[in-house]
Design a protein around this ligand. Structure first.
Ligand SMILES: Nc1nc2c(c(=O)[nH]1)N[C@H]1C(S)=C(S)[C@@H](COP(=O)(O)O)O[C@H]1N2
Ligand SMILES: [Mo]
Length: 390
């Protein structure tokens, strides 16, 4: 005899905990985390565009550090919320379709289709975000940023449809008693191991623990409890190292005695500075964070020369964007663009020192960009050329 694997019928789910009253409450917090994650994600995406129709502000210098910290934190909080939310509505997955009534069938297919899109996009976002924060990049065939950005719109669009469809019942559920059974499935009658209230509180606590376990990547006093934070305070000058000089393949070129910083204007070499030339220019010190898109951040005290001073010394214009090119030969982060307002900002340095010591090779020796309110990924290390249009 052939063993038959049959999906469970919705009636087989009998726990009173799998209730719309629970789903609505957990869903409300999930919606709040997704909203926060979406908005902060848009900010991060915009900050990383090579040019900005509306200028990205250079102040406050810690703005990106805060929004990106919130992005990763709200994403982490969403994981337990999503799991409990899905658990609470699982029986719906096994409901049969009203095949005999074409109109009802169409509505059911549309509704379930939109939920399917929402669930799939949500899982994709949380999974790719978590992998990115863990610095594990299994995506060989697609760009994380492009995919994560595109799916964010799909997830938020499907979420808005879902909220709109469910608004009347959600209102009713949220304003009513959590133990009310008005909207329950008829078979959801068996008391659970916890009360509904306890389940919702446990879920909130799980979200809180998940946040504490990761937020230390950004919040220094949380470091000791943040067992899952991927980057902490280690590294020369108290700043972690993202990509090492060895991984970037610049160990030789960055330490070569004939290293030069070139300033190119309209494709023509305008000036070139040796390390000693830069050292001879007026030094400036700034306290600015490295705020990685992967969620960690760390404050540093950087000293070096102002990008604007270097441009002026080279007789290059100081009112336009500057392309920063590193010694690194391959990889997406080997160059970045400083928008005009960033290049002109007096806090924007080509840093030579961190915490009073010459930059470690892994932090970008001989010099690196450090600018206020800028994603870490654009704080280019091992700089060898500044390019300005004529
Ligand atoms: N040339 C180059 N610069 C780079 C990178 C890189 O891979 N190559 N990584 C960037 C990223 S993603 C971050 S978060 C910061 C980290 O700087 P740190 O390693 O000094 O902390 O450097 C940025 N600058
Ligand atoms: Mo980064």
């Amino acid at each position: 005899m052939r063993a038959r694997l049959k999906p469970p019928a919705p009636e087989q789910f009998t726990s009173r905990l799998r209730s719309p009253a629970v789903a609505a409450r957990v869903g409300l917090w999930l919606g709040v985390s997704f909203g926060l994650c979406f908005v902060t994600g848009l900010i991060s995406h915009y900050a990383q565009l090579p040019s900005h129709p509306v200028p990205f502000p250079t102040s406050p210098s810690w703005g990106y550090q805060v929004t990106q910290g919130l992005h990763v934190t709200s994403g982490v909080a969403a994981v337990p919320l999503l799991l409990v939310k899905l658990w609470s509505v699982l029986p719906k997955l096994f409901e049969s379709l009203p095949v005999r009534d074409a109109r009802r069938l169409l509505i059911a297919v549309l509704e379930r289709g939109s939920i399917g899109v929402l669930v799939a996009a949500s899982i994709f976002q949380l999974a790719t975000g978590a992998l990115n924060a863990a610095q594990w990049y299994p995506w060989l065939t697609f760009s994380f940023r492009t995919a994560h950005y595109a799916l964010a719109w799909i997830a938020i669009g499907a979420l808005l449809v879902h909220v709109a469809v469910k608004l009347p019942i959600t209102r009713d559920l949220l304003s009513g008693d959590i133990d009310a059974t008005t909207h329950d499935r008829v078979t959801a009658t068996v008391p659970g191991a916890l009360s509904r209230r306890a389940l919702v509180r446990t879920t909130a606590a799980a979200a809180g623990v998940a946040v504490l376990a990761t937020a230390g990547g950004t919040v220094p006093w949380l470091r000791r409890v943040s067992v899952f934070a991927t980057r902490t305070g280690e590294g020369p000058g108290g700043v972690p190292i993202n990509k090492s000089a060895q991984a970037a393949g610049v160990e030789e070129s960055a330490t070569a005695p004939d290293w030069r910083l070139e300033v190119v204007v309209g494709g023509v070499l305008a000036a070139s500075f040796s390390y000693d030339d830069l050292r001879a220019m007026p030094p400036h010190t700034v306290d600015l964070p490295i705020a990685c898109v992967e969620g960690w951040s760390a404050q540093g005290t950087w000293s070096g020369v102002r990008v604007a001073d270097v441009l002026r010394t080279a007789d290059a214009p100081t009112d336009r964007e500057v392309v920063v090119v590193s010694l690194q030969q391959a990889g997406a982060f080997r160059r970045s663009t400083l928008p005009a307002s960033f290049a002109a900002d007096e806090r924007t340095l080509l840093a030579l020192d961190l915490a009073g010591e010459p930059l470690a090779l892994d932090h970008g020796f001989p010099c690196r960009v450090i600018a206020p309110n800028r994603p870490g990924v654009l704080q280019t290390k091992w700089v060898s050329r500044l390019e300005v249009s004529a």
